[in-house]
Design a protein around this ligand. Sequence first.
Ligand code: NAP
Length: 316
Amino acid sequence: MQLAQLDHLSTVSRSIVTKEFYTLADLQNWEPIARTCDPPIRLGVFGDPVEHSLSPQMQNAALEKSGLRMRYARFHIVKTDLEAALRLLPTLNFIGANLTVPHKIPALKFLNHVDEAALAIGAVNTVVVKEGELIGFNTDALAISDAIREITAGQAFLSNYTVLLLGAGGAARAIAQECIRVGCPRLFISNRTRERAGQLRDKLMKSNTQTIVSPIGQNAASLRQALEEATLVINAIPLGLRRGDLPLIPREMFGRRHFVYDTIYHPPQTKLLREAEAAGARVANGLSMLLHQGARSFKLWFERDAPIDTMRAAIM
Ligand code: NAP
Protein backbone atom coordinates (compact mmCIF):
# COMPACT_ATOMS: atom_id res chain seq x y z
CA MET A 1 0.00 0.00 0.00
CA GLN A 2 1.25 3.48 -0.90
CA LEU A 3 2.20 5.87 1.88
CA ALA A 4 -0.46 8.34 0.68
CA GLN A 5 -3.14 5.65 1.04
CA LEU A 6 -1.97 4.83 4.58
CA ASP A 7 -2.16 8.51 5.48
CA HIS A 8 -5.70 8.63 4.14
CA LEU A 9 -6.73 5.58 6.20
CA SER A 10 -5.36 6.99 9.41
CA THR A 11 -7.32 10.19 8.79
CA VAL A 12 -10.48 8.17 8.25
CA SER A 13 -9.98 6.08 11.38
CA ARG A 14 -9.60 9.25 13.45
CA SER A 15 -12.34 11.15 11.66
CA ILE A 16 -15.62 12.20 13.25
CA VAL A 17 -17.78 9.19 14.02
CA THR A 18 -20.77 10.69 15.78
CA LYS A 19 -24.14 9.14 16.44
CA GLU A 20 -27.49 10.86 15.90
CA PHE A 21 -27.72 11.04 19.69
CA TYR A 22 -26.05 9.59 22.79
CA THR A 23 -27.54 8.41 26.08
CA LEU A 24 -26.57 8.18 29.74
CA ALA A 25 -25.27 4.64 29.07
CA ASP A 26 -22.89 6.14 26.48
CA LEU A 27 -21.67 8.77 28.96
CA GLN A 28 -21.09 6.02 31.52
CA ASN A 29 -18.94 4.13 29.01
CA TRP A 30 -17.43 7.10 27.20
CA GLU A 31 -13.90 5.79 26.59
CA PRO A 32 -14.61 3.88 23.32
CA ILE A 33 -16.59 6.85 22.00
CA ALA A 34 -13.86 9.32 22.94
CA ARG A 35 -11.35 7.08 21.14
CA THR A 36 -13.26 7.20 17.85
CA CYS A 37 -14.31 10.86 17.89
CA ASP A 38 -11.81 13.33 16.58
CA PRO A 39 -12.26 16.19 17.29
CA PRO A 40 -13.59 15.08 20.70
CA ILE A 41 -17.16 15.72 21.85
CA ARG A 42 -16.92 18.24 24.70
CA LEU A 43 -20.32 19.93 24.49
CA GLY A 44 -23.91 18.83 23.95
CA VAL A 45 -27.62 19.33 24.45
CA PHE A 46 -29.55 17.19 26.94
CA GLY A 47 -33.26 16.69 26.25
CA ASP A 48 -36.19 14.34 25.81
CA PRO A 49 -37.13 14.57 22.98
CA VAL A 50 -33.85 15.87 21.55
CA GLU A 51 -33.72 14.37 18.05
CA HIS A 52 -35.20 17.58 16.59
CA SER A 53 -32.52 19.84 18.04
CA LEU A 54 -30.57 21.94 15.56
CA SER A 55 -28.09 23.05 18.23
CA PRO A 56 -25.39 20.60 17.06
CA GLN A 57 -25.23 21.93 13.51
CA MET A 58 -25.26 25.52 14.78
CA GLN A 59 -22.64 25.04 17.51
CA ASN A 60 -20.41 22.79 15.40
CA ALA A 61 -20.30 25.45 12.68
CA ALA A 62 -19.34 28.01 15.36
CA LEU A 63 -16.64 25.74 16.82
CA GLU A 64 -15.13 25.10 13.42
CA LYS A 65 -15.22 28.77 12.44
CA SER A 66 -13.53 29.69 15.73
CA GLY A 67 -10.79 27.07 15.31
CA LEU A 68 -11.88 25.21 18.45
CA ARG A 69 -11.07 21.50 17.97
CA MET A 70 -14.08 19.92 19.62
CA ARG A 71 -17.63 18.90 18.79
CA TYR A 72 -21.15 19.34 20.16
CA ALA A 73 -23.60 16.40 20.17
CA ARG A 74 -27.20 15.49 21.08
CA PHE A 75 -27.88 13.52 24.28
CA HIS A 76 -31.22 11.82 24.76
CA ILE A 77 -31.44 12.07 28.54
CA VAL A 78 -34.67 11.14 30.27
CA LYS A 79 -35.80 12.99 33.41
CA THR A 80 -34.56 10.34 35.84
CA ASP A 81 -31.07 10.30 34.25
CA LEU A 82 -30.43 14.04 34.38
CA GLU A 83 -28.52 14.16 37.66
CA ALA A 84 -26.21 11.27 36.72
CA ALA A 85 -25.59 12.73 33.25
CA LEU A 86 -24.75 16.19 34.63
CA ARG A 87 -22.39 14.78 37.26
CA LEU A 88 -20.37 13.01 34.56
CA LEU A 89 -19.60 16.20 32.62
CA PRO A 90 -16.58 17.36 34.67
CA THR A 91 -14.98 13.91 34.77
CA LEU A 92 -15.37 13.53 30.98
CA ASN A 93 -13.67 16.87 30.35
CA PHE A 94 -16.76 18.61 28.95
CA ILE A 95 -16.83 22.39 28.56
CA GLY A 96 -20.57 22.46 29.30
CA ALA A 97 -24.02 21.66 27.96
CA ASN A 98 -27.36 23.09 26.94
CA LEU A 99 -30.57 21.86 28.55
CA THR A 100 -33.89 21.60 26.79
CA VAL A 101 -37.33 20.14 27.53
CA PRO A 102 -37.90 18.81 30.28
CA HIS A 103 -34.67 19.62 32.15
CA LYS A 104 -34.50 23.41 32.53
CA ILE A 105 -36.26 23.54 35.90
CA PRO A 106 -35.19 20.25 37.54
CA ALA A 107 -31.51 20.93 36.70
CA LEU A 108 -31.39 23.75 39.28
CA LYS A 109 -31.04 21.28 42.13
CA PHE A 110 -28.12 19.37 40.56
CA LEU A 111 -25.79 22.32 39.96
CA ASN A 112 -23.04 23.66 42.24
CA HIS A 113 -23.84 27.31 41.48
CA VAL A 114 -26.59 29.14 39.62
CA ASP A 115 -26.15 32.64 38.25
CA GLU A 116 -28.41 35.31 39.76
CA ALA A 117 -30.53 35.91 36.65
CA ALA A 118 -31.13 32.18 36.13
CA LEU A 119 -32.08 31.88 39.78
CA ALA A 120 -34.63 34.69 39.42
CA ILE A 121 -36.05 32.95 36.34
CA GLY A 122 -36.03 29.57 38.05
CA ALA A 123 -34.69 27.72 35.01
CA VAL A 124 -31.30 26.94 33.46
CA ASN A 125 -30.55 26.29 29.79
CA THR A 126 -26.76 26.57 29.83
CA VAL A 127 -24.30 24.70 32.04
CA VAL A 128 -20.66 25.71 32.24
CA VAL A 129 -18.09 23.33 33.74
CA LYS A 130 -15.51 25.34 35.67
CA GLU A 131 -12.81 23.86 37.90
CA GLY A 132 -14.79 20.64 38.24
CA GLU A 133 -18.04 22.40 39.18
CA LEU A 134 -21.31 22.89 37.33
CA ILE A 135 -22.54 26.47 36.96
CA GLY A 136 -26.02 27.22 35.59
CA PHE A 137 -27.07 30.17 33.41
CA ASN A 138 -30.11 31.14 31.40
CA THR A 139 -29.67 32.58 27.90
CA ASP A 140 -33.30 32.07 26.78
CA ALA A 141 -34.57 35.26 28.39
CA LEU A 142 -32.38 37.73 26.52
CA ALA A 143 -32.73 35.59 23.38
CA ILE A 144 -36.47 36.27 23.10
CA SER A 145 -35.80 40.01 23.11
CA ASP A 146 -33.02 39.52 20.53
CA ALA A 147 -35.39 37.42 18.40
CA ILE A 148 -38.25 39.94 18.35
CA ARG A 149 -35.85 42.76 17.52
CA GLU A 150 -34.26 40.74 14.72
CA ILE A 151 -37.53 39.56 13.13
CA THR A 152 -38.95 43.06 13.06
CA ALA A 153 -35.63 44.42 11.75
CA GLY A 154 -35.34 46.68 14.77
CA GLN A 155 -38.80 48.16 14.22
CA ALA A 156 -40.31 46.63 17.37
CA PHE A 157 -39.16 45.47 20.77
CA LEU A 158 -40.64 42.95 23.17
CA SER A 159 -41.62 45.87 25.40
CA ASN A 160 -44.02 47.14 22.71
CA TYR A 161 -46.33 44.16 23.09
CA THR A 162 -49.09 42.91 25.34
CA VAL A 163 -48.15 39.25 25.50
CA LEU A 164 -50.15 36.03 25.70
CA LEU A 165 -47.66 33.38 26.80
CA LEU A 166 -48.58 29.71 26.41
CA GLY A 167 -46.78 27.64 29.07
CA ALA A 168 -45.24 27.98 32.50
CA GLY A 169 -42.30 25.60 32.10
CA GLY A 170 -38.59 26.37 31.76
CA ALA A 171 -38.76 28.35 28.51
CA ALA A 172 -41.92 30.19 29.57
CA ARG A 173 -40.36 31.26 32.86
CA ALA A 174 -37.46 32.86 31.01
CA ILE A 175 -39.76 34.60 28.54
CA ALA A 176 -42.07 35.84 31.30
CA GLN A 177 -39.15 37.23 33.29
CA GLU A 178 -37.93 39.04 30.20
CA CYS A 179 -41.41 40.52 29.57
CA ILE A 180 -41.27 41.89 33.12
CA ARG A 181 -37.71 43.14 32.78
CA VAL A 182 -38.40 45.09 29.59
CA GLY A 183 -41.76 46.36 30.89
CA CYS A 184 -44.43 44.85 28.63
CA PRO A 185 -47.71 46.56 29.59
CA ARG A 186 -49.51 43.28 30.26
CA LEU A 187 -48.70 39.57 30.31
CA PHE A 188 -51.30 36.80 30.17
CA ILE A 189 -49.98 33.37 31.17
CA SER A 190 -51.99 30.36 30.03
CA ASN A 191 -50.85 26.96 31.23
CA ARG A 192 -52.37 23.49 31.13
CA THR A 193 -51.84 23.20 34.89
CA ARG A 194 -53.42 26.47 35.92
CA GLU A 195 -51.80 26.61 39.36
CA ARG A 196 -48.34 26.66 37.77
CA ALA A 197 -49.34 29.82 35.89
CA GLY A 198 -50.39 31.31 39.25
CA GLN A 199 -47.11 30.30 40.86
CA LEU A 200 -45.21 31.93 38.01
CA ARG A 201 -47.22 35.13 38.45
CA ASP A 202 -46.40 35.15 42.19
CA LYS A 203 -42.70 34.72 41.44
CA LEU A 204 -42.78 37.52 38.84
CA MET A 205 -44.54 39.89 41.22
CA LYS A 206 -41.49 39.76 43.50
CA SER A 207 -39.64 41.80 40.83
CA ASN A 208 -41.59 44.96 41.69
CA THR A 209 -42.85 45.22 38.13
CA GLN A 210 -45.17 47.64 36.31
CA THR A 211 -46.39 44.81 34.07
CA ILE A 212 -49.86 43.51 34.85
CA VAL A 213 -49.56 39.73 35.04
CA SER A 214 -52.70 37.62 34.64
CA PRO A 215 -52.72 33.84 34.89
CA ILE A 216 -55.58 32.52 32.77
CA GLY A 217 -57.10 29.15 31.93
CA GLN A 218 -56.33 27.20 28.80
CA ASN A 219 -59.93 27.02 27.60
CA ALA A 220 -61.36 28.69 24.49
CA ALA A 221 -63.17 31.47 26.38
CA SER A 222 -60.09 32.56 28.37
CA LEU A 223 -57.82 32.45 25.32
CA ARG A 224 -60.32 34.37 23.18
CA GLN A 225 -60.61 37.08 25.82
CA ALA A 226 -56.84 37.43 26.21
CA LEU A 227 -56.43 37.60 22.43
CA GLU A 228 -58.66 40.66 22.31
CA GLU A 229 -55.96 42.55 24.18
CA ALA A 230 -52.77 40.65 23.39
CA THR A 231 -50.75 41.62 20.32
CA LEU A 232 -47.96 39.05 20.69
CA VAL A 233 -48.61 35.34 21.30
CA ILE A 234 -45.60 33.29 22.34
CA ASN A 235 -45.93 29.52 22.33
CA ALA A 236 -43.57 27.99 24.91
CA ILE A 237 -45.08 24.52 25.14
CA PRO A 238 -43.92 21.50 23.14
CA LEU A 239 -47.35 21.06 21.53
CA GLY A 240 -46.57 21.19 17.82
CA LEU A 241 -43.30 19.28 17.95
CA ARG A 242 -45.11 16.13 16.88
CA ARG A 243 -46.93 15.84 13.57
CA GLY A 244 -50.34 14.99 15.05
CA ASP A 245 -50.36 17.81 17.65
CA LEU A 246 -53.36 20.12 17.34
CA PRO A 247 -52.93 23.85 18.08
CA LEU A 248 -54.43 25.31 21.23
CA ILE A 249 -55.73 28.36 19.38
CA PRO A 250 -57.87 27.95 16.26
CA ARG A 251 -57.69 30.20 13.21
CA GLU A 252 -60.85 32.20 14.00
CA MET A 253 -59.32 33.60 17.18
CA PHE A 254 -56.41 35.20 15.32
CA GLY A 255 -56.43 38.40 13.32
CA ARG A 256 -54.12 40.80 11.49
CA ARG A 257 -53.25 42.62 14.74
CA HIS A 258 -51.48 39.53 16.12
CA PHE A 259 -47.84 38.54 15.95
CA VAL A 260 -47.44 34.83 16.76
CA TYR A 261 -44.03 33.55 17.80
CA ASP A 262 -43.65 29.77 18.21
CA THR A 263 -40.50 28.77 20.12
CA ILE A 264 -40.67 25.48 18.18
CA TYR A 265 -38.52 25.53 15.05
CA HIS A 266 -38.79 21.91 13.94
CA PRO A 267 -41.13 21.52 12.15
CA PRO A 268 -40.45 25.02 10.77
CA GLN A 269 -44.16 25.77 10.52
CA THR A 270 -46.30 24.33 13.29
CA LYS A 271 -50.07 24.09 12.88
CA LEU A 272 -50.35 27.03 15.28
CA LEU A 273 -48.32 29.21 12.91
CA ARG A 274 -50.24 27.93 9.88
CA GLU A 275 -53.58 28.81 11.47
CA ALA A 276 -52.37 32.24 12.58
CA GLU A 277 -50.89 33.04 9.18
CA ALA A 278 -54.10 32.00 7.43
CA ALA A 279 -55.91 34.56 9.60
CA GLY A 280 -53.51 37.31 8.48
CA ALA A 281 -51.29 37.36 11.57
CA ARG A 282 -47.55 37.91 11.39
CA VAL A 283 -45.75 34.67 12.31
CA ALA A 284 -42.24 33.47 13.14
CA ASN A 285 -40.77 30.19 14.34
CA GLY A 286 -38.18 29.68 17.09
CA LEU A 287 -35.04 29.68 14.93
CA SER A 288 -34.14 33.24 15.87
CA MET A 289 -34.45 32.43 19.59
CA LEU A 290 -32.39 29.28 19.09
CA LEU A 291 -29.70 31.32 17.36
CA HIS A 292 -29.45 33.98 20.03
CA GLN A 293 -29.62 31.68 23.04
CA GLY A 294 -26.93 29.55 21.35
CA ALA A 295 -24.68 32.53 20.65
CA ARG A 296 -25.00 33.62 24.28
CA SER A 297 -24.21 30.08 25.49
CA PHE A 298 -21.11 30.02 23.28
CA LYS A 299 -19.94 33.27 24.88
CA LEU A 300 -20.37 31.77 28.35
CA TRP A 301 -18.37 28.65 27.44
CA PHE A 302 -15.50 30.37 25.65
CA GLU A 303 -15.58 33.94 26.98
CA ARG A 304 -15.54 35.29 23.44
CA ASP A 305 -18.20 36.44 20.97
CA ALA A 306 -19.82 33.72 18.90
CA PRO A 307 -19.52 33.85 15.11
CA ILE A 308 -23.24 34.58 14.82
CA ASP A 309 -23.39 34.88 11.03
CA THR A 310 -21.85 31.42 10.69
CA MET A 311 -24.33 30.04 13.20
CA ARG A 312 -27.25 31.68 11.39
CA ALA A 313 -26.13 30.28 8.04
CA ALA A 314 -25.87 26.80 9.57
CA ILE A 315 -29.52 26.71 10.66
CA MET A 316 -31.42 28.93 8.25
P1 NAP B 1 -40.79 22.23 30.14
O1 NAP B 1 -40.00 22.94 31.16
O2 NAP B 1 -40.91 20.76 30.21
O3 NAP B 1 -42.29 22.88 30.14
C1 NAP B 1 -43.29 22.35 29.33
C2 NAP B 1 -44.51 23.28 29.32
O4 NAP B 1 -45.41 22.83 28.31
C3 NAP B 1 -45.32 23.28 30.61
O5 NAP B 1 -45.90 24.55 30.76
C4 NAP B 1 -46.38 22.22 30.33
O6 NAP B 1 -47.58 22.41 31.07
C5 NAP B 1 -46.67 22.48 28.87
N1 NAP B 1 -47.17 21.31 28.15
C6 NAP B 1 -46.50 20.16 27.89
N2 NAP B 1 -47.27 19.34 27.15
C7 NAP B 1 -48.45 19.99 26.94
C8 NAP B 1 -49.64 19.66 26.25
N3 NAP B 1 -49.78 18.50 25.64
N4 NAP B 1 -50.65 20.56 26.25
C9 NAP B 1 -50.54 21.75 26.88
N5 NAP B 1 -49.41 22.12 27.56
C10 NAP B 1 -48.38 21.25 27.57
O7 NAP B 1 -40.25 22.53 28.65
P2 NAP B 1 -39.43 23.82 28.13
O8 NAP B 1 -37.99 23.60 28.27
O9 NAP B 1 -40.06 25.02 28.73
O10 NAP B 1 -39.72 23.77 26.55
C11 NAP B 1 -40.99 24.13 26.03
C12 NAP B 1 -40.89 24.33 24.52
O11 NAP B 1 -40.12 25.48 24.21
C13 NAP B 1 -40.26 23.17 23.77
O12 NAP B 1 -41.01 22.92 22.61
C14 NAP B 1 -38.89 23.69 23.40
O13 NAP B 1 -38.40 23.11 22.20
C15 NAP B 1 -39.18 25.17 23.18
N6 NAP B 1 -37.98 26.03 23.36
C16 NAP B 1 -37.40 26.59 22.24
C17 NAP B 1 -36.31 27.42 22.39
C18 NAP B 1 -35.67 28.05 21.19
O14 NAP B 1 -34.51 28.46 21.29
N7 NAP B 1 -36.35 28.17 20.07
C19 NAP B 1 -35.78 27.68 23.65
C20 NAP B 1 -36.39 27.11 24.75
C21 NAP B 1 -37.48 26.28 24.58
P3 NAP B 1 -47.81 21.78 32.55
O15 NAP B 1 -47.22 22.77 33.51
O16 NAP B 1 -49.27 21.65 32.65
O17 NAP B 1 -47.09 20.46 32.55
